[in-house]
Design a protein around this ligand. Structure first.
Ligand code: ZN
Length: 249
């Protein structure tokens, strides 16, 4: 990832996606807590982030996130603010920022420069086994006419395969994933889930070319000084966010 400061605040961007002239995107980092839940400073933090990215916070639409696969198409009729009960969103409206949040869950960014469409998904383990990332690509192709081969995608920081220990219940819940066993590793009697690879596989199956997918590869547990981690900090920990918008280039 590429780290940069804007007005004394630190952000992270995907190395390749940051060069796309029709897209603006960034991940917030500590100490900014941009999450909407139980966070009185969240709105101000999101506003500051939008301003740093030269985006209009008044138009920001953010996912409420309930660990499911409902995705919302944001069009001109929608009111800005929270997108209820949804874990992802897509839009073709220039200048309209979308946002998802995380404290360990990888956040997925998909961008089609041909159609001018951006999509985000929250890839918690529940969303991952329910294939939210696959659904995001379906939505982009069916509703916006995107070709998966045109799509550039990024898999954000999250709990890595080094640290993301899960129970047997997660393995069982993942039964619908093709190649399930390739995403789980047993070490010293413990089971680890590779969320990055499980989501990358969904992008590849959807038709996204491997050279157009970048994985941040930053584990939020190993790098808790940069990103919030629920596993490290427990309930009440803050959230980092991914904000992205189509811009006219
Ligand atoms: Zn780790």
């Amino acid at each position: 990832m590429h780290f940069l400061h804007i007005h004394q605040r630190r952000y992270a961007q995907f190395e390749r996606l940051r060069h796309e002239t029709g897209l603006v995107h960034a991940f917030s980092t500590r100490p900014a807590n941009v999450g909407p839940r139980n966070n009185p400073h969240g709105a101000a933090e999101r506003q500051a982030m939008a301003a740093d990215l030269e985006l209009n916070a008044e138009r920001l639409c953010y996912c409420e996130q309930v660990h499911d696969t409902k995705l919302t198409i944001v069009d001109a009729d929608m009111t800005a603010g929270a997108l209820p009960h949804c874990d992802g969103a897509a839009t073709a409206l220039p200048g309209l920022p979308l946002m998802t949040f995380s404290a360990d869950c990888p956040l997925i960014l998909a961008y089609d420069p041909v159609r001018g469409v951006v999509g985000l998904a929250h890839a918690s383990w529940r969303c991952t086994v329910a294939q939210a990332t696959a659904r995001l690509l379906e939505l982009m192709t069916s509703q916006f006419g995107c070709q998966a081969s045109d799509v550039r995608a990024g898999i954000g920081p999250g709990a890595g395969p080094c640290c993301y220990e899960v129970g047997r219940d997660v393995y069982e819940a993942a039964r619908g994933l093709a190649d399930r066993d390739s995403f789980f590793e047993r070490r010293n009697g413990r089971l680890y889930f590779n969320l990055w690879e499980a989501n990358r596989a969904q992008l590849l199956t959807a038709g996204v070319r491997p050279e157009k997918i970048e994985t941040a590869g930053i584990c939020t547990l190993c790098h808790n000084e940069v990103f919030f981690s629920y596993r490290r900090e427990g309930p009440g920990c803050g959230h980092f966010g991914l904000m992205a918008a189509i811009v006219r280039d």
